[in-house]
Design a protein around this ligand. Structure first.
Ligand code: ATP
Length: 356
């Protein structure tokens, strides 16, 4: 059972067989995606992969060439943006410059037709609640120009929530902010989501942001869904070399498959051979933390090509002796490594993909 709160009226979304052509160019192809009520899903992919197009089709800002969009059980494919009742936040906050924070948040409620508009006192109360929710206390009377970028995005979210949307759609909402503010806002958004429980779709090209924030991640490449899964699933079991390398640094090394075993430079590795993989030459894929150093003369021979500092410690670039390939590995703390040192490499873990 799910103890999380769920916003009243929020619905799940189902996207079925979506295609989007732009004069012969396929921006989206064969997209099927189901998002559960109250779920936070990140659409993740490189620039041009189709994230924004998919979000805009879900919003009703753009129409698909083929396929359907359901909001709950309702076929929303031909509904307008207004009829869909979605809340938006874009990368470039479109706040009204001439309105205060409080009036920006109240805007969507104040412009409703008279018979749907809450009384002024109720709007005021709702705005106060939202200012409190997004932690903008004391800033209600300020104008957008008097706020930081991060504060403006908090206002934009409060404004989107004010109208009690059925779903919340966020297009790179923190994309224009610096790394530290982004990180803070990411946690903050997750907290808000956990308190309000709106079905939320979040577009980002930032892997860390998607993995940290989302219940599930939908990874797009060239207009196609490569994989949909929880952050753990996509990280631990990437469906393709694309997903693996998009989620972080990856090296590829040539191996040989014989008798259902994988050999790297003559050494048998502890790597599973996917069903249907024939004997012969293939590639394995591994992450920098899946390789460890051993003494020269053991493991796969290599030569240190460079050593550099990273956020998490140090990383070495190693030229693999037998293939002349450069691969990266994380350097153990305290290791004394110098360029041109001969070393051995031990593969702790690696992946072989069915087609690879
Ligand atoms: P980014 O992270 O750079 O915003 P994205 O993943 O959101 O990228 P989209 O904006 O959805 O990608 O674009 C997907 C593809 O469709 C791109 O190749 C883009 O050039 C193309 N495209 C988008 N809109 C149009 C349009 N109106 N006319 C023609 N091509 C378009």
């Amino acid at each position: 059972t799910d103890a999380k709160p769920r916003a009243a009226g929020t619905v799940g979304i189902r996207v079925q067989g979506i295609e989007r052509d732009y004069e012969g160019f396929k921006a989206l192809a064969g997209i099927d995606l189901q998002i559960h009520p109250g779920e936070l899903v990140a659409l993740l992919g490189p620039s041009g992969s189709g994230k924004t197009t998919l979000l805009r089709i879900i919003a009703g800002l753009e129409f698909a060439t083929e396929g359907s969009v359901f909001f709950g059980a309702e076929d929303a494919t031909h509904l307008s943006v207004q009829q869909r009742r979605v809340g938006f936040v874009f990368q470039h906050y479109a706040l009204f410059k001439h309105l205060t924070v409080a009036d920006n948040i109240a805007y969507g409620l104040k412009v409703r037709p008279r018979r749907e508009r809450p009384p002024a006192a109720a709007i005021k109360r709702r705005v106060e609640e939202l200012i409190d929710l997004v932690q903008l206390n004391d800033l209600g009377r300020r104008y957008p120009a008097q706020l930081s970028g991060g504060q403006r995005q908090r206002v934009a979210l409060a404004r989107a929530l004010a109208v009690e949307p059925r779903v919340l759609l966020l297009d790179e909402p923190f994309g224009a902010l610096d790394a530290k503010v982004r990180k803070d806002l990411r946690r903050w958004l997750r907290e808000i989501h956990d308190r309000t429980g709106h079905t939320t779709i979040f577009v980002t090209h930032d892997q860390d942001e998607a993995l940290e924030l989302a219940d599930r991640v939908a990874i797009l490449s060239n207009g196609r869904l490569e994989q949909v899964g929880t952050p753990d699933e996509v990280y631990e079991n990437p469906a393709s070399p694309f997903v693996l390398s998009f989620l972080g640094d990856t090296a590829r090394l040539p191996v040989e498959v014989r008798d259902d075993k994988v050999f790297l430079a003559g050494e048998a590795l502890d790597v599973a051979v996917p069903p249907g993989t024939g004997p012969g030459k293939h590639d394995i894929y591994l992450r920098p933390n899946e390789l460890t150093l051993t003494e020269a003369g053991t493991g796969v021979p290599g030569i240190i090509a460079s050593v550099r500092r990273t956020v998490n410690g140090r990383r070495a670039e190693v030229r693999v002796a037998f293939s002349d390939k450069l691969i990266e590995l994380d350097v153990p703390p305290g290791a004394d490594l110098n360029v041109s040192d001969r070393i051995g490499l031990k593969v702790q873990q690696a992946r072989l993909f069915p087609s690879g």
